[in-house]
Ligand binder design. Structure first.
Ligand SMILES: C[S@@+](CC[C@H](N)C(=O)[O-])C[C@H]1O[C@@H](n2cnc3c(N)ncnc32)[C@H](O)[C@@H]1O
Length: 274
């Protein structure tokens, strides 16, 4: 019976059930694509933390799921990093059945990550997931963390490119590198290399050397925010591609990017353009 209709005579043993304001109707689930930031828990935003704590199901690449504190009663669905479309579909199906689902992504989920994968599957569903409330919870991206470690190399106009040619042809990567070189933009290079993709970075650096002086500052930031973090400042002439792997972000300065020598060296791009 509604609480308002209860008269003053409540039996000695009684049970009152009070629904919370957040109660969802069956079938009206939600998917939040949550950015975990590039490293430790100090880079997880309060909003992301609360989304993860409230989820019935957490879906993601195994390595990223390991960064989410376990909660009793919460279901976890770990998968391989190559199965993004399947993972996105699985999350949408769970939500369509009424669950509150968090899909985890490293860094910011909207930058070379799961937010696009989930939206692609949402669109491909052709209305199948129309009842699902879909949200993207931002996170700190690796380029922000890497830049902050050395100063402000991205302090003026810059562009962000992925060197991976798995989902786009290499000709497009080259065209964009040339355009960035021509426009004198600093560059944040994601996915610069992996175990099987070793030539892409060499080719990218070769191309950028046509537009930039040999002394142009280059930041090589590996596993930022983890126990094995390493960040070094070098130049376009001296950068060693062999030191770069899939956990590395490479920043190439513009013609105005400067290095203040010291321990550690500081790198910044002035906000005024000559
Ligand atoms: C698939 S992308 C994901 C990017 C992520 N969404 C972001 O906003 O940072 C993976 C690439 O991000 C970069 N990356 C991710 N985490 C990193 C970290 N902790 N340190 C350096 N680079 C990182 C590397 O270039 C890696 O190859």
């Amino acid at each position: 019976m509604p609480l308002a209709e209860v008269d003053g005579e409540v039996p000695y043993m009684s049970l009152v059930l009070v629904p919370t304001a957040e109660r969802r109707e069956a079938g009206a689930g939600c998917v939040s694509v949550v950015g975990l930031g590039p490293g430790g828990p100090e880079w997880l935003t309060p909003e992301a933390r609360s989304e993860l704590a409230g989820a019935d199901d957490v879906v993601g690449y195994r390595t990223y799921l390991d960064r989410v504190p376990a909660r009793r009663g919460q279901r976890r669905h770990a998968s391989d990093n190559r199965v993004e479309a399947e993972r996105a579909r699985h999350a949408l199906e769970l939500a369509a059945a009424g669950a509150r689902v968090a899909v985890v992504s490293s860094g910011d989920p909207g930058i070379f990550a799961m937010a696009s994968a989930v939206l692609e599957e949402y669109e491909r569903g052709n209305g199948e997931y129309a009842g699902v409330d879909l949200r993207v919870i931002p996170g700190m991206s690796a380029m922000q963390a890497a830049a902050a470690r050395v100063g402000a190399p991205l302090g003026h106009d810059f562009c962000v490119l992925s060197l991976s040619d798995i989902l786009k042809p290499w000709e497009i990567v080259e065209r964009r590198l040339r355009a960035a070189g021509e426009a004198d933009l600093a560059l944040a290079l994601y996915n610069p290399a992996s175990r099987n993709r070793r030539e892409q970075l060499e080719r990218a650096l070769e191309l950028l050397r046509q537009y930039r002086a040999p002394g142009t500052p280059v930041v090589v930031a590996r596993s930022v925010g983890s126990a094995c973090e390493s960040v070094s400042v070098t130049t376009l002439a001296e950068v060693v591609p062999e030191s770069v792997d899939m956990r590395t972000l490479v920043i190439v300065g513009s013609s105005t990017t400067r290095v203040l020598q010291g321990e550690p060296p500081r790198v910044y791009t002035p906000r005024r353009y000559p």
